[in-house]
Design a protein around this ligand. Structure first.
Ligand SMILES: [Zn+2]
Length: 73
């Protein structure tokens, strides 16, 4: 697969992604499987990963300013 931004090859890897869940709080999810560009760091998420990430704000402690979760496949 090639990057739609720069045309470089993309490969599967894992990364940490931050999500803003409310005005005051951010959830960082560790070890999220992504398909990432080797050229510009653009990344894609698969549908199943996207669905899991949609559920995460409900599981997070939104009273904390910063919550760190690990993506469980
Ligand atoms: Zn790229």
């Amino acid at each position: 697969m090639r990057c739609h931004v720069c045309g470089a090859l993309m490969g599967e890897t894992r990364t940490d992604l931050p999500f803003k869940v409310t005005e005051r709080s951010i959830v960082v999810v560790r070890d999220v499987p992504v398909i990432q560009c080797s050229g510009c760091r653009e990344y894609l998420l698969s549908d199943s990963v996207m669905e899991r990430l949609d559920e995460l704000p409900a599981a997070a402690n939104t009273k904390a300013d910063l919550e760190i979760l690990t993506f469980a496949a």
